[in-house]
Ligand binder design. Structure first.
Ligand code: FA5
Ligand code: MG
Length: 450
């Protein structure tokens, strides 16, 4: 079996995802088994799961009938849905095999809920919508990144044909006045749009874009303020003494191919600014292509895990995937009565086992940085480690990279931190896992261990 372990796992000719069979293209298919298995979990729909509870709390800020809620979209989408329909250029790095999980050259696991914007703008009979779903990205491994996570997309549109004069600014301003004020000062130093950095779209009046931006920002700020007040209330229920730390939020300018102007919202958390969402004024071409050219409005996309980590004080993103009762039981009953919400109590802190691995790259490899054809991309290493050792891997970091001065041969060193969330790893167990990782690196990436 040790010889078998050294063979890279053969790629399947077809895969089943949510009851549907997809033929794979062996040159493109790059979805490891653990990621494939995650497609059936649907944590955002699992009652009393913190991802589901967080979704419900955010949804309560964007209620029907103004916002229609979509929670069942299939994770398998086309490159047109995920990229082209949103204006991503053909050479955008997000399309690379190193960043995205492909079934075949035109079919992939969505990397964001924006993949459903076009079809939802086309079909939606409401002024707005929310889409919650699992999304998939080849990415780094640490306590706030996991290859599968959940996003919520939101959008709100106004219709030119339904307002006098065809300018929606006044209608949007009336809707802003209906948003309850949250009483928190938010840092927002930039102008509502900026000719070079964050341009107004030619089809919008300045007043329209400005009003839409304000409506968007107030709606999201109010949601974040509510999440924080729930965390605070939970702490008080636990009898905790609170550090006198006010909520701090700030808006920063951003870029997305499908919105302009665009922003990201950051929240100050544990000594650092944490990005929780991206958003902006929807590019008019999306409405035009969806057959609703008289509409205009905003869209956002947020990371549900990021909000859930703030809400429950969950320290590690892997915990969301735990089936351990000591994790799940802490949220029992909260889907029905959100006021019963408690902060997460870690079962115990198990000791970390850091281990290094160094290897020579295959001589055919390209220069540093790696390209998907010849070289080794850091994301490829991340994935081999995760596939070989599973969720016991807490963190993987490139710690050294150099070329041999004589031979030019390249070497990489990674530090892998093993730490179970559920038990203490014994030293033989950690060694065994690390050996499995080392052999998997050889088998899958053709490296030579140093
Ligand atoms: C997007 O995915 C855009 N689709 C967001 C958007 C929607 C913009 C609509 C404009 C209009 P981004 O890649 O920044 O953007 O991801 C959005 C959020 O998802 C981030 O702010 C973060 O909260 C969360 N997120 C991103 N990567 C990860 C990850 N690996 N693990 C957990 N959460 C993540
Ligand atoms: Mg971002």
């Amino acid at each position: 079996s040790s010889a078998a372990a050294k063979q890279p796992r053969r790629k399947p000719y077809s895969v089943e995802i949510r009851g549907q069979t997809y033929k794979t293209n062996l040159e493109w298919f790059n979805v490891p088994r653990n990621v494939l298995e995650a497609t059936s979990r649907r944590l955002h729909l699992q009652r009393d799961h913190p991802i589901c509870i967080t979704r419900q709390i955010i949804e309560s800020h964007f209620p029907p009938p103004t916002y229609r809620h979509y929670n069942e979209y299939n994770p398998v989408v086309s490159t047109v849905q995920n990229f082209d329909s949103l204006g991503f250029p053909p050479n955008h790095p997000g399309r690379a095999l190193t960043d995205t999980y492909y079934i075949d050259d035109k079919t992939l696991l969505r990397t964001h809920t924006s993949a459903h914007q076009a079809e939802t703008f086309r079909a939606n009979g409401s002024d707005g919508y929310l889409i919650s779903a699992d999304v998939y990205r080849r990415d780094e491994i640490d306590r706030s990144h996991y290859p599968v996570f959940h996003q919520m997309e939101g959008a709100r549109s106004w219709d030119r044909t339904k307002v006098p004069g065809g300018d929606v600014a006044a209608a949007v301003t009336r809707d802003i006045e209906a948003i309850p004020s949250h009483g928190i000062t938010v840092e927002d130093p930039n102008p509502p749009f900026h000719a070079e950095r964050n341009p107004l779209q030619p089809c919008h009046s300045a007043a329209e874009a400005e009003a839409i931006g304000i409506h968007l920002k107030r709606s999201l700020e109010k949601m974040v303020v509510d999440v924080f007040s729930r965390t605070k209330a939970a702490a008080l229920r636990d009898g905790a003494t609170l550090p006198d730390e006010p909520l701090r939020m700030r808006w920063v300018e951003a870029y997305f191919p499908f919105t302009s102007p665009s922003w990201e919202l950051e929240v100050y958390y544990a000594g650092d600014w944490l990005e929780v969402l991206g958003c902006g004024v929807v590019q008019q071409s999306l409405y035009n292509n969806a057959g609703v050219p008289s509409q205009l409005g905003w869209a956002f996309g947020l990371g549900i895990e990021r909000i859930a980590m703030l809400l429950f004080k969950i320290p590690d993103i892997r915990l969301f995937w735990s089936r351990d009762e000591r994790f799940l039981s802490q949220f029992a009953g909260v889907s029905d009565s959100p006021d019963a919400l408690r902060r997460f109590v870690p079962f115990s802190k198990y000791p970390p086992c850091p281990k290094d691995v160094s290897f020579w790259l295959p001589t055919s490899s390209s220069p540093a940085g790696g390209n998907p054809k010849g070289g080794i991309h850091v994301n490829d290493v991340m994935e081999v480690v995760r596939s070989a050792a599973g969720d016991v891997v807490e963190d993987v970091r490139l710690v050294d990279e150099f070329a041999h001065p004589k031979t030019g041969r390249r070497s990489m060193s990674f530090r892998i931190v093993y730490r179970s969330l559920e038990r203490t790893l014994t030293s033989p167990q950690a060694n065994k896992l690390h050996e499995r990782v080392r052999q998997a690196l050889v088998a899958n990436l053709d490296v030579e261990l140093r």
